[in-house]
Design a protein around this ligand. Structure first.
Ligand code: NAG
Ligand code: NAG
Ligand code: NAG
Length: 475
């Protein structure tokens, strides 16, 4: 390792330069074309199609990645929904307040036409198993198959690990992971002949998916993907959340590593592995969820997910108007969307493989992205040191040498920053990308993005990243 001396303000700091590989190592993780994906709560999906932001936010990500964004439509209310083939509207339900989720609803054929017409990427549809009405779910699945050219997968049940013992699907012998696996197997086997082998299995939030894969037996051949729901924190019943922990790089590394065995078991069975529903905190999110810190969390979490075999992360958008973690809705484009946008800018149209350059134990994350030819194309530095607006904001210098970096000259960088980790765009905090880009209430990018110039000295480029800030370096 090359040792360099830098003057940072009046403070001289010795920094070890990080060696960037010249070619993608065999350990580099493959990045899906929709690594950043979207989940939309079942009953709210038709309402989302009426929001301008739904189209523009998704189109923004598609433009950066040059590929359609995969969308999953599902959630708790998929297990409260009954298909009505004669219903003229996409959904029908009544709620006491516009921000309530319905306890029961019906949906009609136009639900699927909307999904076919409004979404360009792979669509996964979550249908009901909890109510144990297999004939009804079968007719909905057939309608989805017949009307959606973009149908990717069908879920049968959402978070069955949370089914009440009184749920109609629960047998008199009781509910358990093996009882659920037997139920999934029997439903997949019954419905596959009518729709094909397109199921998304498991869909668990508390059980691990690895033990279910062998329990599915031969029905694994009807499965396209395994879904696990991932929420690092809980905001249910007023539970306390912690932003510093959420956005801490070493915590994100250890949290996502907890899913690698589940990913490996799905891959060994020849099926894909997704976080089919994810966000910062359960039950719609907590106070941490709309913050700039949550945007930074998304950047690191998406990349760590990829490194651990999570091929897509479907970020959940819940009840419109009552959703702390939502990227858009009945408020201006939230801070978390800036993180989704920034990490998608990093992945770009040409990002194919990813490698982490730090040891995962410190506060500063460093990544290198490779193109399909295996050449390093971009670096990302995330300084997860927590800055909440009090005291002095610290800064870390990182130097890189090696792969792709010329011996002298300049390169460019793009910064994601905000006043502090607790800043909320919906409360007037100004988060920016490239110094000037923000998003308006319809998710249109406003302003001019400027790349900073980074000098290369004696084969090393050095960047400075403040606490609670992230930077992309273009090689
Ligand atoms: C899923 O998306 C990929 C990439 O756009 C596409 O090639 C594939 O055909 C899609 N699959 C389905 C089932 O729509
Ligand atoms: C953090 O930033 C917000 C602006 O987004 C500001 O209102 C708040 O006062 C800052 N926090 C502190 C402790 O300064
Ligand atoms: C972007 O630049 C314009 C023109 O200088 C300025 O009016 C605006 O305040 C800037 N926006 C941000 C978020 O810095």
């Amino acid at each position: 390792m090359l040792r360099l001396l830098f003057a940072v303000g009046s403070l001289a700091v010795a920094v070890n330069a990080i060696a960037v590989p010249t070619a993608a190592p065999s350990t580099a993780a493959i990045i899906d074309s929709s690594q950043v994906a979207v989940s939309i709560e079942f009953f709210a999906f038709p309402g989302y199609t009426e929001l301008v932001s739904t189209g523009t936010c998704i189109a923004n990500l598609e433009g950066l990645r040059g590929a359609p964004v995969a969308v999953r439509i599902g959630g708790t209310t998929q297990d409260r929904a009954t298909y009505d083939p004669s219903l003229a509207t996409p959904v029908s339900f009544t709620v006491a307040s516009p921000t309530d989720a319905p306890t029961s609803l019906t949906f009609g054929p136009s639900f699927f036409t909307l999904a076919a017409n409004d979404l360009s990427g792979n669509v996964t549809i979550g249908l009901n198993r909890q109510l144990d009405n297999q004939a009804n779910t079968l007719s909905a699945a057939v309608q989805a198959k017949d009307s959606m050219h973009n149908l990717y997968a069908i879920e049968l049940g959402n978070e069955p690990d949370l089914y009440a013992s009184t749920s109609p699907i629960v047998p008199s012998t009781g509910w358990s992971q093996s009882a659920d696996a037997a139920s999934e197997k029997s439903w997949f086997t019954a419905i596959a002949p009518s729709v094909g082998n397109i199921f998304q299995a498991a869909v668990y939030i508390s059980w691990r998916t690895a033990p279910t894969v062998p329990l599915l037996g031969t029905s694994i051949s009807t499965v396209r993907s395994v879904s696990e729901h991932s929420y690092p924190q809980s905001a249910c019943n007023g539970a306390a959340t912690n932003l510093m922990t959420l956005m801490s790089h070493s915590d994100i590394v250890s949290y996502t590593a907890g899913f690698s065995a589940d990913a490996a078991s799905a891959h060994a069975a020849g099926v894909r592995y997704f976080f089919g529903e994810t966000n910062s905190a359960t039950c719609g999110g907590g106070g941490i969820s709309p913050t700039f810190g949550a945007a930074l969390w998304i950047v690191d979490y998406v990349l760590q997910g990829a490194l651990n075999g999570v091929e897509r992360l479907y970020f959940h958008q819940g009840t419109i108007g009552d959703c702390q973690y939502c990227w858009w809705g009945r408020f201006t484009t939230g801070a978390p969307f800036y993180g989704a946008y920034f990490v998608t800018e990093f992945l770009g149209t040409d990002g194919a493989k990813l490698e982490m350059l730090d040891n995962g134990k410190g506060a500063v994350a460093m990544y290198v992205l490779f193109n399909s030819a295996g050449a390093p194309i971009r670096l990302l530095v995330y300084n997860s040191n927590y800055y909440d607006g009090t005291g002095t904001r610290s800064s870390t210098s990182v130097s890189f040498t090696g792969g792709g970096i010329p011996t002298s000259g300049t390169t460019t960088a793009l910064r994601l920053t905000g006043p502090n980790a607790t800043s909320r765009v919906d409360e007037g905090g100004i988060v920016t990308i490239g110094g000037n880009v923000t998003f308006d209430g319809d998710c249109n990018a406003v302003g001019t993005s400027t790349r900073e110039t980074v000098e290369v000295l004696e084969g090393a480029l050095t960047v400075s990243v403040q606490a609670s800030e992230a930077l992309i370096v273009y090689l």
